[in-house]
Design a protein around this ligand. Structure first.
Ligand code: NAD
Length: 352
């Protein structure tokens, strides 16, 4: 099983740096090529990673017959066209989140995957933390019973990136919904066992980013007047099994947190679960006592962005299913698209 998959990374900016250690850690993969239109970045990363094959045009990397795996780390709007081209060229594709900014784009990616018979995986790294893996196993063993409600949020008091790939809809597809909502929503749906979303009612706000003096704390820069994505969103989601979810996401909110407040609460017929300080809440009906069990943190192993690359290569060589199937990312995006549709129409939006 010592197959060596040749990997080409497209887009070598911020997030690509978290993937390289994963490709190095995998016994089945090695990075042989990089592509980025920004020449200074491409040269620097190629030097640091000791990769000699570089392309300013990603189409040339995709056309290289030696490459088995394409790792897409570009801004969101390029995910679908690059992934489809790579699948059509017979490559396996690992693609950063969001898989694509719209459900229609993801449908096209799924069609290309099915026509090629290659693997497509979304880089949802939170699933690859040791702790979330352990909790998923507990839930599958039935500790919560039927999960009928969830509350999830990912809230920043002031934390966002002012690059076009984040703050203009044509480049990103949306604001915190698309940037960070996909993380907490993917994690929550995964823990819930992926019930089918059927309806979404949502709101968005862009009030603080429009105030004079609005700034992004990470860079200290002023928010451009023409930023056209939301800064906050909330949604109520219904599922086909009767379960529900309340979701809140924000880049900019008067919320008490030093960096980011990311939480998930799951409520089931046998117990409740709080993440990220994992705690199981149950009731003994005979003694009428409540029981709160703190899970010990499961530390060790690879950093989760790296672990997802290792899992992807393992799945290919073992002919296993995609560790994060595109269909699951499509549900995530259908909910976020439904949220935007609900805002536009001013009422609940039916997905099915
Ligand atoms: N999983 C996570 O925690 C996480 C965190 C940050 C970003 N991301 C995702 O990673 C992706 C990239 O974000 P980033 O923060 O690394 O952005 P970035 O701007 O730091 O890097 C993107 C790189 O892609 C290059 N690029 C742009 N267009 C390209 C094209 N057509 N072909 C090839 N390269 C191109 C840019 O020159 C840049 O070097 C986004 O989809 C983002 O949502 C994921």
């Amino acid at each position: 099983m010592s197959q060596s998959l040749k990997v080409g990374v497209i887009g070598v900016g911020g997030i690509a740096g978290t993937h390289f250690p994963g490709w190095q850690a995998s016994p089945h993969a090695e990075v042989i090529a990089l592509s980025d239109p920004a020449a200074p970045v491409l040269e620097r990363i190629a030097r640091e990673q000791q990769v000699t094959l570089t392309y300013d045009n990603p189409a040339d990397l995709i056309a290289n017959p030696d490459i088995d795996v394409v790792d897409i780390c570009t801004p969101n709007m390029y995910h679908a066209p690059l992934a489809i081209a790579a699948l059509q060229a017979g490559k396996h594709v690992l693609c950063e989140k969001p898989l694509a900014p719209t459900p229609a784009d993801i449908d096209a990616m799924i069609a290309a995957r099915d026509a090629s018979g290659k693997m497509l995986m979304t880089a949802q790294h939170f699933r690859f933390e040791n702790e979330t893996q352990a909790l998923k196993k507990e839930i599958e063993a039935g500790v919560l019973g039927d999960i009928y409600h969830a509350r999830s949020w990912m809230l920043r008091r002031n934390g966002f990136i002012l690059r076009p790939g984040f703050i203009y809809k044509k480049n990103s597809g949306g604001g915190p919904c698309i940037d960070i909502g996909v993380h907490i929503l993917d994690l929550t749906l995964w823990m819930m066992g992926h019930p089918k979303p059927v309806a979404v009612s949502g709101v968005t706000q862009d009030r603080l980013s429009k105030l004079p003096g609005a700034f992004a704390a990470w860079s200290g820069e002023a928010v451009p007047r023409d930023m056209d994505v939301e800064e906050f969103a909330a949604a109520f989601v219904r599922f086909d099994n009767g379960a529900s979810l309340i979701l809140e996401v924000s880049w900019l909110l008067h919320h008490k947190t030093t960096g980011e407040d990311m939480q998930m609460w799951l409520y089931g017929t046998k117990g409740g679960l709080h993440w990220p300080q994992p705690e199981l809440l149950t009731t003994n009906y005979e003694t009428k006592r409540f029981l709160n069990t703190q899970y010990s943190p499961v530390k060790s192993g690879l950093e989760p962005h790296a672990a997802e690359c290792v899992a992807f290569a393992d799945a290919i060589v073992n002919s296993a299913p995609s560790p994060v199937p595109a269909e699951e990312s499509r549900d995530v995006m259908a909910i976020l698209d439904g949220l935007y549709q609900s805002v536009e129409r001013g009422g609940e939006f039916r997905l099915a």
